[in-house]
Design a binder for this molecule. Structure first.
Ligand code: PPE
Length: 305
């Protein structure tokens, strides 16, 4: 998806012009995938742009860094403030936000201990990740021939740049085969997630989404959806799913910051009723919650002005 340039990018404590936000070709992260990142959205509200669950996203960035043994040279509060400053500097009322911490220029080789850590935060307008009619029409999923890496290979709990080679292989394979998105299975065959979203199914009136232990990222949208589902009176649990649970689901949807809540209309050409009633109710509440329109979820929306 193309990027629309904005005015400023935050780099190591300063706002620099978009075109000046550059790195050296020998930057460690470029060679070894040694970076951690986040994807966050700010939504337009009556009180200006509000960043959805900003604190949780920045905390997850620090957890990803901790798993890698990377020392981010800022505090959580400093990067929360820097994110808001970047949103303000671009003047956008809604946007996608991409903080990244990566090993910088100056060291080569696999011993990362001496490497410096650089941090930047960019934002730009980004539309519907899986297409404009993803909620109404649903997306077509295909089980990937690529396996989600396991916890002792590339830890899925950390949102590291290098991990996304696995996701890209799966995504491109699915698109080339005529599908919208890939379902990724863990090495033991259980459903993990999609290339860039968590997955939910409805079976026998219950919403189910796979756990971190099955290779899923602990998605902030996944956690938001679980809360919304409980509050709407649905039974919603984190539990293992077999591939065939997807085939015979009463409803299914994928969710993530970029994709929001997008219904699924088929998996491996097995049709799933779409959009189902639970998916529709959850998507509708989610879209109001992120815009600060639901009182009980207002604290999730962290205003940037
Ligand atoms: N799993 C994966 C693999 C993943 O990349 C995401 C986010 C999620 C689950 C959902 O996490 P959360 O955003 O916290 O609900 N994927 C990001 C897009 C990846 C991309 O750069 O493209 C996102 O939604 O921002």
């Amino acid at each position: 998806m193309p990027i629309t340039p904005t005015d400023k990018i935050w780099m190591n404590g300063e706002l620099v012009d978009w075109d000046k936000a550059q790195v050296h070709v020998l930057t460690h992260g470029l060679h070894y995938g040694s970076g951690v990142f986040e994807g966050i959205r700010a939504y337009e509200t009556a009180d200006g742009p509000a960043v959805f669950r900003l604190t949780e996203h920045i905390e997850r960035l620090f957890n990803s860094a901790k798993i890698l043994g990377m020392q981010i040279p800022y505090t959580v509060d400093e990067l929360i403030a820097a994110t808001k400053e970047t949103v303000r500097a671009t003047g956008l009322s809604s946007c996608y936000i991409r903080p990244i911490a990566y090993l910088g220029y100056g060291e080569m080789g696999l011993n990362t201990l001496p490497c410096s850590v650089d941090v930047s935060i960019a934002c730009w307008p980004w539309g519907a990740y899986l297409g404009d009619d993803a909620v109404a029409k649903g997306v077509r999923l295909k089980t990937s021939s690529w396996t989600r890496h396991d916890h002792n290979t590339m830890p899925p709990a950390a949102k590291t740049t290098g991990n996304y080679v696995n996701s890209s292989l799966a995504k491109v394979e699915a698109i080339k085969a005529g599908y919208d998105e890939a379902v990724m299975l863990a090495p033991n065959g259980l459903v993990a997630e999609c290339s860039g979203e968590n997955i939910f199914v409805v079976r026998q009136g219950k919403l189910i989404t796979p756990p971190l232990a099955a290779g899923a990222l602990e998605g902030i949208t996944q956690s938001t959806v679980l809360t919304i589902a409980h509050d709407l009176g649905y039974e919603a649990v984190i539990d293992n799913l077999a591939r065939t649970d997807l085939y015979i689901a009463d409803e299914s949807f994928v969710c993530g910051t970029a994709a929001e809540v997008s219904s699924v209309n088929s998996v491996d050409d097995r049709e799933i009723p779409c959009p189902g009633p639970m998916t529709t109710a959850i998507a509708e509440t989610y879209h109001r919650a992120v815009r600060r329109e639901v009182d009980k979820y207002r604290s999730w929306c962290e205003t940037a002005v």
